[in-house]
Design a protein around this ligand. Structure first.
Ligand code: NDP
Ligand code: 8X3
Length: 253
């Protein structure tokens, strides 16, 4: 099979990084984006040492539409067509009752999880529509299905990812483009450390007493979704830890 070009946002850690390794191992080429370029450099080098993948890296803040446009333009100039877009960049910032939450945290989540994802998708889908092929895989969350306390804005941003995916799928129905929402439950990554603004002790507490999902578990699902025959479009996948009932309904041993 011909190697595909897989564009992954938020590839510098966690689920995005694991997804990069999974596609590289499978034989695909990568375009990796995130703000931490030093992480991307290390990942790209390691992947090139292990497999044959071509790896392009871009320092990119998805909240900046001009920068998003420049990256997509640069790829076009290099005649690199994106076959699969994994919109993974995202975060939670703070865990506070809505009435106590800071506007900085709120804006960070909306700008990254929603506007950033829209910016990247809006640019990339033009190219995919021109090619009449492509697959967009958006990282939602169980938080988008089940709201939980002190996370109204994060949950709303992830619910929006699912709704956006469904809306785009309808609009692009006349093209051979697939749209998928992946909705993971609790995955052990830097997510909680970012949410708690670098408080690693508090972040560790989130994963105590539960065998959380690992980033590779989600990456496996992303690859599975991407490897279906042309006629098969997996629209949504929800993956929870075994000790998870709903999003934040967790049985801790
Ligand atoms: P990590 O913190 O490990 O990874 C988040 C990634 O997003 C990093 O690579 C980070 O890169 C990138 N990112 C954040 N902000 C921006 C930005 N403005 N521009 C570009 N990249 C950005 O956490 P996860 O791997 O857990 O999170 C990945 C996705 O999975 C997120 O969308 C998250 O909401 C979702 N998710 C996570 C779950 C979990 O329990 N961990 C469960 C369900 C969904 P950098 O800082 O270098 O820019
Ligand atoms: C991240 C999962 O349940 O911690 O989206 O919000 S959760």
């Amino acid at each position: 099979m011909k190697a595909r070009n897989v564009f992954i946002t938020g590839a510098s850690s966690g689920i995005g990084k694991a997804t990069a390794y999974k596609f590289a191992e499978y034989g695909d080429n990568l375009i990796l984006c995130a703000r931490r370029k030093e992480n991307l450099n290390e990942i790209a080098q390691d992947i090139k040492n292990k497999w044959r993948s071509h790896v392009h890296i871009y320092e990119l803040d998805v909240t900046n539409y001009e920068d998003v446009s420049s990256v997509v333009k640069d790829l076009e100039d290099k005649d690199i067509k994106i076959d699969i877009l994994v919109n993974n960049a995202g975060l939670a910032s703070g865990l506070d009752k809505f009435q106590d939450s800071s506007i900085e945290d709120i804006e960070k989540m909306i700008n990254t999880n929603l506007k950033g994802l829209i910016y990247v998708t809006r640019k990339v889908i033009e190219q995919m529509a021109g090619e009449n092929s492509g697959h967009i895989i958006n990282m939602g969350s169980t938080a988008g299905i089940y709201a939980y306390e002190k996370a109204a804005v994060y949950c709303a941003s992830k619910a929006a990812v699912k709704t956006l995916s469904d809306g785009i799928r309808i609009d692009i129905i006349d093209k051979d483009i697939k749209i998928t929402t992946i909705q993971p439950g609790i995955v052990q990554t830097d997510f909680s450390e970012v949410r708690f603004h670098g408080d690693s002790e508090r972040a560790e507490g989130v994963y105590k007493g539960i065998e959380a999902l690992q980033p590779e578990d989600i990456a496996d699902v992303v690859l599975y979704v991407a490897n279906q025959p042309k006629r098969v479009q997996i629209t949504d996948v929800t993956i929870m830890a075994n000790q998870q009932g709903t999003g934040f309904n967790i049985y801790r041993k």
